[in-house]
Design a protein around this ligand. Structure first.
Ligand SMILES: Cc1ncc(COP(=O)(O)O)c(C=O)c1O
Length: 477
């Protein structure tokens, strides 16, 4: 049998075995440790081999996948995985990955994938509807929040530079600088570095007690830059910071940006889908005033890794930053919508069919159920905040922002270094495998940090988490 050209019955047999494994994985998630500690050496010993010349049977490969890859993975779909900002993925998109790979559409432009391109436009419209972003806005799916922030800053740079920055480079545009709160994500500085603006020219604006951008400090920094001959061009608002979930006041920042002719970009990579929860909608009241928005379906819309989204209020600004014409990409015999190319609006040429997952999930599950899941996540985080406040041995280090909580273990009468103690608790907790937190620094204090981003997580899981933290402490002493 030629394994590249399989007969249909063989494809069915591979598919059945793989789907069986997927179902078993989801079925046993709750019983697995979130993480089994191991080392890179141990994994290399299990996986290393010379380039295999001959194929092997699929069942053996599935067994390796289960016994090595799955076993030694950190399970972001586990109900008590609270680390970073990680989505759990969903069963329907697991199956969707198979279907997308079979179609293998390279969604570069309409003619490369007519239906896939229109499907992406449809899903982008849904993203706008969720946020309350203008209908005439444009956008596209990218690999994640970092790439969405990069694309937005590239559009901002072109829109606000004097002259043609894409053709002539940033040197001709003067010393451009941007502003984001000190709680902003590092992908903003990284984008500035890649775009030739320079990481040092992203001003880190101090925050207030709620970890929101301090508008007085922002005004001071802009005035200093103007006096020093810089060209302020972009203000980034956080719609849910990575460390604490803080939400900057978008309306006030929009007004500030207008006054100073700055491009307003909203990094809603984490917090954007909080807009699905009616109680959170007021936070998004002014989102339509933003020039661009980054949001990540692969965070709080539960999609598997690989799906971010950037929205541009005026798509022409993105076109000015990205459009390119080459002989080999020229659309012949096509006009308007059929001549549309994603590479004119973002950095990539070859692109996977990201919209399939998004479409499958929303169509299969429905936005109402997704909104309910987001509300449940918000409730779990709030509930954990209450548990901590009532605990007597833990303290909250920041207000519970959206679904993120930051706290530390602080036993009564403890006179040692609480930062060092909590670092040790974190490592102990992660290695124990029942619950998983990550860390953050909040006002100089080491915080145990969690983000509820899983539709499986319940209030009971939050109670177990607190018990696990206490057990980790006891295991240290
Ligand atoms: C606020 C914010 N922006 C951007 C990013 C980057 O997203 P990605 O990891 O998808 O590149 C993150 C990641 O956690 C984030 O929290």
């Amino acid at each position: 049998m030629d394994k590249l050209i399989l007969p249909p019955e063989e494809i069915r047999s591979l598919g059945r075995a793989a789907v069986e494994q997927i179902a078993a994985y989801y079925d046993t998630l709750d019983e697995r440790p979130v993480l089994i500690p191991t080392t890179s050496r141990a994994l290399r010993d299990l996986l290393d081999e010379p380039l295999p010349q001959n194929g092997m049977d699929f069942d053996t490969l599935l067994r390796i996948l289960d016994e090595v890859i799955a076993r030694y993975s950190r399970h972001s779909a586990h109900p008590r995985f609270f680390g970073y900002i990680s989505s759990p993925g969903t069963p329907v998109t697991s199956v969707g990955a198979m279907l997308a790979a079979a179609l293998n559409i390279n969604v570069t432009c309409w003619r490369s994938g007519p239906a896939a391109t229109d499907l992406e436009h449809v899903t982008i419209d849904w993203m706008k509807q969720i946020l309350g972003y203008p209908a005439q806005a444009g956008g596209l799916l990218v690999s994640g929040g970092s790439m969405a922030n990069f694309a937005a800053l590239a559009a901002a740079r072109s829109a606000k530079a004097t002259g043609n920055v894409v053709r002539d480079g940033v040197a001709a545009a003067g010393r451009m600088c941007a502003y984001v709160s000190s709680a902003g994500h590092f992908s903003i500085s990284k984008a500035a570095g890649m775009l030739g603006i320079g990481e040092a020219n992203v001003r880190s604006v101090p925050t207030n007690a709620q970890m929101q951008i301090d508008l007085t400090a922002l005004e001071r920094l802009v005035q200093q830059d103007l006096a020093a001959g810089y060209r302020p061009f972009c203000l980034v608002a956080n719609a849910g910071t990575t460390a604490t979930g803080a939400f900057d006041p978008i309306g006030e920042l929009a007004e500030f940006a207008r006054r100073h002719q700055l491009w307003l970009h909203v990094d809603a990579a984490y917090g954007g889908f909080a807009a699905l929860a009616p109680a959170m909608r007021p936070l998004f009241a002014h989102i339509a005033e933003a020039d661009s928005v980054a949001l990540d379906p692969h965070k709080w819309l539960y999609l598997p890794v690989g799906c971010g989204c950037v929205l541009y209020r005026d798509p022409a600004t993105a076109h000015a930053a990205f459009s390119h014409a080459a002989d080999y990409t020229r659309a012949i015999g096509l006009e308007r919508d059929e001549a549309f190319a994603f590479w004119d609006y973002g950095p990539e040429l070859s692109r996977p069919f990201r919209a399939l997952d998004l479409w499958l999930l929303v169509k299969y599950v429905g936005a109402a159920r997704l909104a309910q899941a987001v509300e449940q996540n918000l409730d779990c985080a709030r509930y954990f905040g209450e548990l901590v406040e009532a605990s007597g041995d833990c303290e909250l280090l920041a207000p519970v922002g959206l679904s993120i909580f930051c706290f530390r273990y602080a036993p009564r009468g403890y006179t040692g270094d609480l930062n060092a103690l909590n670092e040790r608790i974190l490592v102990k907790l992660q290695r124990a495998g029942s619950s998983y937190l990550s860390n953050a620094m909040v006002h100089g204090k080491f915080a145990l940090r969690g983000c509820v981003l899983n539709y499986r997580t319940t209030r009971r899981d939050m109670e177990v988490l607190l018990e696990d933290v206490r057990r980790a402490y006891l295991d240290l002493t």
